[in-house]
Design a protein around this ligand. Structure first.
Ligand code: NAP
Ligand code: F7E
Length: 345
């Protein structure tokens, strides 16, 4: 009989890639979806007929218990969260409800309705925040810098606590930034590749950004969901850092994105940096905009993924340059005349 898994956040970036991976592995895949006044299944449209979608919300314990009972899963992946760091300052309480307490609600549902199930929690490199050491490992102390980061620290420790208190097979993957053509448009990488494609096509002439100096360890989401699955195939539950071991600036990501579309870059000025374009029409400007700076920034993230490499046999396959190329090409194709468009690749 096929193994069964339940994925929360299946309509999100990672949920869609994980669902594809689990289907390919022969699992019966259940996904938790919350009610919305408009359908938001764009990322899973292509596989929707092979999924069983169950209604539920991280705020509603009964809906979680129902979903776990119905799916009767061997594996549960908790990917649902309010995941945008900037929004967590505007909605700190809601972020705490979803991203922190939501984990406890789901763990309780698993403890009560499927205690033998293996549980994956989507922890984050944002927990390292104002980093205590570089690179960051599973042993690096946390110092979160946003309500989102604080909520993720709670989710991380409650997962560990349920492992220690109830002997649940509960693991946390401490994942560094991972991107794809399915990344939400508000995150910096997708904002850049979408804008580069628009500027190339003459649909926009400006890209507004905040801190160009912040450094991230960016990988491809399609690679990272494999690490999630590998964690739940181990003999004992454990936590793993997942990243590429390479860090670059936001500025570098901008340069590479425009270069991938054959556009020359020229940075000028302190507050205002300009992009000169040779092949597109009009004039493109990268403008520094105070609105995109954060009250407290995470300046530098760099993973040491040795434990995942050795313990899980996991290595990322897509390089940063390949990822950028993949993202700009997908945005260019989506926005080109004659394309059917849509918010994803
Ligand atoms: P995402 O694209 O923002 O997806 C978030 C998902 O959570 C969506 O499916 C969303 O549903 C769902 N969700 C939000 N609130 C919910 C609620 N109250 N009840 C039920 N579902 C809810 O995020 P992602 O990039 O795929 O990330 C997946 C997980 O990994 C998140 O927990 C994130 O915090 C964490 N993480 C991400 C990264 C990264 O770089 N991507 C790195 C480390 C950790 P709707 O479609 O209805 O909004
Ligand atoms: O910002 C800087 C910004 O919003 C990256 C989430 O998936 O990864 C993600 O969190 C950096 C920051 O991602 C803009 O200040 C400059 O330093 O793409 P981001 P994030 O905050 O790193 C972690 C691991 C998660 O767990 C989260 O869920 O880019 N930046 N200018 C900008 N960022 C945005 N969004 N927009 C700008 O205009």
């Amino acid at each position: 009989m096929a193994k069964r898994c339940l994925i929360t956040g299946i309509t999100g970036q990672d949920g869609s890639y994980l669902a594809e991976w689990m289907l390919a592995k022969g699992y019966q895949v259940y996904g938790l979806v919350r009610r919305s006044s408009t359908l938001n299944f764009a990322r899973i449209e292509h596989i929707q007929d092979r999924l069983t979608l169950l209604p539920g919300d991280l705020l509603d314990p009964a809906s979680l218990i129902d979903a776990v009972k119905t799916a009767a899963p061997e594996e549960v992946y908790n990917l649902a969260a309010q995941s945008f760091v900037q929004t967590s300052w505007n909605q700190p309480v809601l972020t705490g409800e979803f991203t922190a307490l939501g984990v406890t609600r789901l763990l309780e549902a698993v403890r009560l309705a499927a205690p033998e199930a293996r549980f994956y929690q989507a922890s984050s490199s944002e927990m390292f925040g104002k980093v205590k050491e570089t690179p960051q490992t599973e042993e690096t102390p946390f110092h979160p810098r946003s309500p989102y980061g604080v909520a993720k620290v709670y989710g991380h420790y409650i997962t560990l606590n349920y492992r220690e208190s109830y002997d649940l097979f509960a693991c946390s993957g401490i994942l560094f930034n991972h991107e794809s053509p399915r990344r939400g448009l508000e995150f910096v990488t997708r904002k850049i590749t979408d804008a580069a494609a628009r500027i190339k096509l003459g649909l926009a002439d400006e890209l507004r950004l905040g801190n160009l100096d912040s450094q991230r360890d960016w990988g491809f989401a399609g690679d990272y969901v494999k690490a999630m699955w590998l964690m739940l195939q181990q003999a004992t539950p454990d936590d793993f850092v997942v990243g590429t071991g390479r860090t670059t600036t936001v500025r570098y990501f901008v340069e590479q994105s425009f270069a991938a579309l054959g556009m020359d870059l020229e940075w000028t000025g302190e507050g205002l940096r300009e992009v000169g374009r040779e092949q597109a029409t009009g004039r493109a400007v990268v403008r520094i905009d105070e609105r995109y700076f954060r009250p407290a920034e995470v300046n530098l993230l760099l993973s040491d993924p040795t434990k995942a490499k050795v313990g899980l046999g996991w290595t990322p396959e897509v390089s940063l340059e390949q990822l950028i190329e993949m993202m700009v090409r997908a945005d260019l194709e989506r926005l080109s005349p004659g394309s059917c468009g849509g918010p994803t690749e």
